[in-house]
Ligand binder design. Structure first.
Ligand code: ADP
Ligand code: ZN
Length: 751
């Protein structure tokens, strides 16, 4: 008999189960076990031993799930490291890593039955053979459009299929086509399109001779520097201004690895946002790319996981942070694109990991090359580059003849005084938009708030509706006619009568993207305006439609939130407006300046990416704020040096590790007592490194009260030791009966 330590998808340590030798179970295998009297789980065998633990009742592993191990030893080491570093259980890593297999807690074994691991297939769509040539298509359009001068959905769909070049024999994956099932069925019955079920092709045996872009001189130089760094086993930080062609450099690195039969992991902040990038990659590495993100169905994600577990290598995985936990077998290269992006940090639930930092460790485990890329690197990475730990690689010109945009700081207070402000726009910005539109070009307007107004207020009594579960104001949404809590999602119908004084005098305060869209449409009645934010792009297809229409010049002005700052490559944009920079500068957070610089620079970077130089208008009442000046000059280095000096003086990251304890309780009094108790225990061990407790930024959330304790561990001190001491603290808190209902979430390297 053998004894297995089995990790279950629970916030608990592993458990021991007996293993019948006939099951031929090995480390890394997925198994079914019974846990408790009537629960069954999928677990992963973490280790095996012949020694029987000395307690009486040991349950047996019921069966093995797959004929192959689910996890290789490298993946296991990574999961373990994440659990150790972020102070959680491997079972919690399993929960994010295996979202599809992690629900396998079931009440019967039948429910847990083996998932089929058919090679994944999908539907492909193409125009019928006769329409595939340009002349035939033109003929069709001429014939049918004369009679229907209005654009129809059919014409749109046909045009988009005709435009999807680069796919073998004209067939485009169904998921890339923005049309519902009814529309497709109609076209098929009219004999205009054909559909086919095909295996997701994987041409792994191909020659590895990919068609690569020719690099410019500075790009080639950057590529060579990256290769040198890798030869020395060092991480490369590619700091390339927006539009410098970082992707082209990645493509060269990726091609080398794939040709050598090794796997590549390309992490991106958010998959829908990078659909442009993925299309570009699929065109070059057709059949090799696998995308991985939360909008895929659990089945698809499960299939991908299983397929990779048995893959022989040569895979390009493009995914969001959780892709990091896939069981890659032969990782040769890990790229973290836009490495500064906050989406890499998972804040809830555990593991509260930062995928960028995990990627660097993953590189060590696999002996893989690592590239971190950004136009605005995180200060953490920049410090590592300054100290020589990472190789700093700079690309400070745009590709081709494109110039970086001209950045104009537009003082809102002065504009008001001079009568040069229309609603929320300075005339300076409006003039720039007019010029762009007159030239047949486009404009982007950035406002970092969705909805119509962040709050509404009664002009008679001053009352503002708040969320009943959180202490924040409700945001007015006009499209849905509702008031929404942006923290917990609670919503209620919009009201015109004040619930407090019953006068009909509620008025919107401040402005979000909906209001910008409304006002700009009024100011430019001829312009076609679209909006890209969390409300309009909730589905992948609506997102793709908005982006494509803007890309093809069917819309003129695109209003949006921080989504706009995430790597889009739009050719026609010559004006970018940042509507309220003050907002970004005034967040009470030690990263505020860094974040503001990054967001503004990234959004600005969408302007003038082709021949015509772009213009960025930054509206602010703080024109002399250092960050505004640094953005205007495009001076990343100045921002970094000022910020780093400050962070060092106050002992903030990257000169320390910040561990945040979020304490939660349904009762305010008991929370206060619990927090004082925990902070006291911590002070005994950590002294003045402990700050707080203080009320959390959102003090009441979903009906719970919340407070925070911060722990600053200076660089150079042992994090290992700090973590162990903190574990003791948590144990003491858990064992104290008086604070039984106190919940503590630990966030290592908190944001
Ligand atoms: P970044 O990611 O650095 O902002 P991109 O990789 O999106 O920049 O490149 C900006 C634009 O320049 C893209 O349209 C890209 O196709 C083009 N480009 C950059 N380098 C090359 C190259 N070597 N050959 C062809 N096109 C390039
Ligand atoms: Zn709420």
């Amino acid at each position: 008999m053998l004894y297995a330590q089995v990790v279950l998808p629970l916030a608990q340590p592993s458990y021991t189960f007996a293993v019948d030798e006939s099951l031929a179970i090995g480390v890394g295998d997925a198994v079914v076990v019974q846990f408790g009297s009537s629960r069954f789980y999928t677990g992963i065998v973490w280790s095996l031993s012949e020694e029987r633990p000395d307690y009486p009742h040991i349950k047996s592993v019921l069966r093995k799930l797959y004929s192959f191990p689910l996890l290789n030893s490298e993946a296991m080491r990574l999961w373990e490291w994440v659990a150790e570093y972020y102070l959680c259980y491997v079972g919690e890593v399993m929960r994010v890593a295996l979202p599809s297999l992690a629900k396998p807690s079931a009440t019967t074994i039948a429910e847990l039955d083996e998932r089929s691991i058919e090679p994944p297939s999908e539907t492909f769509v193409a125009l019928v053979e006769e329409l595939r040539s340009e002349e035939a298509l033109a003929g069709y359009v001429a014939k049918h459009c004369r009679r229907a001068p209005r654009r129809t959905a059919t014409m749109d769909l046909i045009a988009s299929l005709a435009l999807e070049r680069g796919y073998a024999d004209g067939f485009v994956p169904r998921r890339m086509v923005d049309a519902d099932a009814t529309a497709l069925a109609a076209l098929r019955s009219k004999g205009l399109i054909v559909t086919e079920r095909r295996a997701r092709e994987r041409n792994i045996s191909g020659s590895g001779a990919f068609l690569l872009p020719t690099l410019s001189e500075s790009q080639s130089h950057a590529l060579a520097t990256i290769r040198d760094a890798h030869a020395e086993g060092r991480v490369a930080l590619l700091h390339g201004v927006t539009g410098s062609g970082k992707t082209e450099i990645y493509i060269h690195l990726i091609a080398e690895e794939l040709a050598a039969g090794r796997d590549v992991m390309l992490l991106v902040p958010e998959i829908v946002i990078t659909s442009q990038l993925i299309e570009r990659l699929e065109r070059i590495f057709e059949g090799r790319t696998t995308t991985y993100h939360s909008r895929l169905t659990p089945l698809r994600r499960g299939e991908t996981f299983l397929r990779l577990a048995t893959s022989a290598g040569g895979e390009l995985i493009v995914g969001v942070r959780s892709a990091l936990f896939l069981p890659v077998n032969r990782a040769g290269l890990i790229i973290v694109d836009e490495e500064h992006d906050p989406s890499y940090k998972q804040s809830d639930p555990a593991p509260r990991y930062n995928a960028r930092d995990c990627a660097v460790f993953m590189g060590k485990i696999y002996g893989a090359r690592v590239v971190l890329g950004s136009a605005t690197p995180s200060l953490e990475s920049y410090v590592n580059a300054l100290s020589g730990k990472y190789q700093y690689v700079e690309l400070n010109e745009r590709w081709g003849d494109a110039l970086l945009p001209e950045i104009v700081v537009s003082d809102t207070l002065r504009a008001v005084k001079r009568g040069e402000r229309r609603t929320h726009f300075n005339v300076e910005l409006l003039n720039s938009i007019s010029t762009s539109l007159a030239d047949g070009k486009q404009a982007i307007l950035f406002q970092n708030r969705r909805g119509y107004a962040p709050y509404i207020q009664c002009r008679t009594c001053g009352y503002s509706p708040r969320c009943p579960h959180c202490n924040v104001t409700l945001t007015q949404h006009n499209t849905s006619s509702r008031m929404e809590c942006h923290y917990c999602g609670y919503s209620e119908p919009r009201r015109n009568v004040c619930p407090n004084c019953e006068t009909q005098d509620m008025s919107p305060m401040g402005f979000g993207t909906e209001r910008v869209e409304e006002e700009i449409s009024r100011l430019f009645p001829e312009a076609r305006v679209a909006r890209l934010d969390g409300d309009t792009s909730s589905s992948e297809s609506s997102f793709r439609r908005i982006v494509r229409e803007f890309e093809m010049g069917e819309t003129d002005i695109l209003v949006g939130t921080q989504i706009l700052g995430k790597g889009f490559d739009f050719g026609g944009v010559t004006t970018v407006g940042i509507l309220n920079a003050d907002n970004l500068l005034s967040t009470p957070d030690f990263r505020a300046a860094e974040r503001a610089f990054q967001l503004m620079t990234q959004v600005a970077g969408r302007a003038g990416r082709r021949e015509q130089r772009g213009r960025v208008v930054v509206q602010t009442s703080l024109p002399n704020h250092p960050v505004i000046r640094e953005v205007a000059l495009g001076d990343y280095r100045a921002m970094a040096l000022v910020e780093l000096r400050e962070r060092e003086a106050f002992g903030y990251p990257p000169y320390s590790h910040l561990i945040r304890l979020l304490l939660r309780h349904t009762d305010r009094e008991q929370l206060a007592r619990g927090a004082t108790f925990v902070a006291g225990v911590m002070r005994q061990k950590f002294g003045s490194r402990v700050l707080g407790p203080v009320s959390a930024a959102v003090e009441r959330f979903r009906g719970e009260y919340r407070s925070e304790i911060l722990l600053k561990i200076e660089s150079g001190a042992s994090m290992q030791r700090a973590r162990n001491m903190l574990r003791d603290v948590l144990r003491t808190a858990a064992e104290n009966k008086e604070h039984k209902k106190l919940i503590i979430n630990v966030d290592v390297d908190a944001w």
